[in-house]
Design a protein around this ligand. Structure first.
Ligand code: GLU
Length: 185
């Protein structure tokens, strides 16, 4: 039911940080989230830079076609579209203008339209039709050397529900946050 879908996006996010290769762990975790229903999936792995791969359809397809990315930090997503059709471009992870920051989001940002207009006025370039994409651009806007501070500041601007996981090229860590949507660490 469409109305229902909009309120309770049922996708899932996963993140891994440790000493094992992240990609196989992310893919296994995404398969465990499949029962929640989704229309597309994607992963981002932090190695020398951030490598991203997305597919519409099954996690199995993502697994089959994704190149092998090397790195011990990563994030993954199964999407159930609420804003923007199911497509590769709208699939998560989403990035900021530099591509040095990648994030996944479960939930709905209800004031995204207003934030998007503000960010476009300030010169940010959007690639997708999602509500989610305002988040990496807001983080970029507030970034002044510390990712955690920038995320905290960006979150004060958001209305709606979210569980998010963020990685950045310059940081050897993962930032997570939640409001409304569940998040288990
Ligand atoms: N609202 C976001 C989107 O449409 C996230 C949906 C979800 O939680 O899967 O991309």
């Amino acid at each position: 039911v469409k109305g229902n879908r909009r309120k309770n996006a049922m996708c899932g996010i996963v993140g891994y940080i440790g000493n094992k290769q992240a990609q196989p762990i992310l893919l296994r975790a995404l398969k465990k989230l499949e029962y929640r229903g989704y229309d597309s999936a994607g992963i981002a792995v932090l190695g020398k830079g951030i490598s991203i791969y997305k597919e519409t359809g099954r996690v199995e397809t993502l697994e089959r076609f994704a190149p092998t990315f090397s790195g011990v930090i990563g994030i993954g997503h199964t999407r159930w579209a609420t804003h923007g059709e199911p497509s590769k471009v709208n699939a998560h992870p989403h990035v900021d203008c530099t591509g040095e920051l990648a994030m996944v989001h479960n939930g709905v940002i209800t004031n995204y339209q207003q934030l998007k207009e503000e960010l476009i006025r300030e010169g940010h370039k959007f690639l997708s039709e999602t509500d989610t994409e305002v988040i990496p651009h807001l983080i970029e806007k507030y970034y002044a050397g510390d990712l955690e501070t920038a995320v905290a500041e960006a979150l004060t601007r958001l209305k709606g529900s979210y569980a998010i996981a963020i990685i950045a090229k310059t940081e050897n860590r993962m930032i997570v946050a939640k409001n409304g949507s569940p998040l288990v660490i």
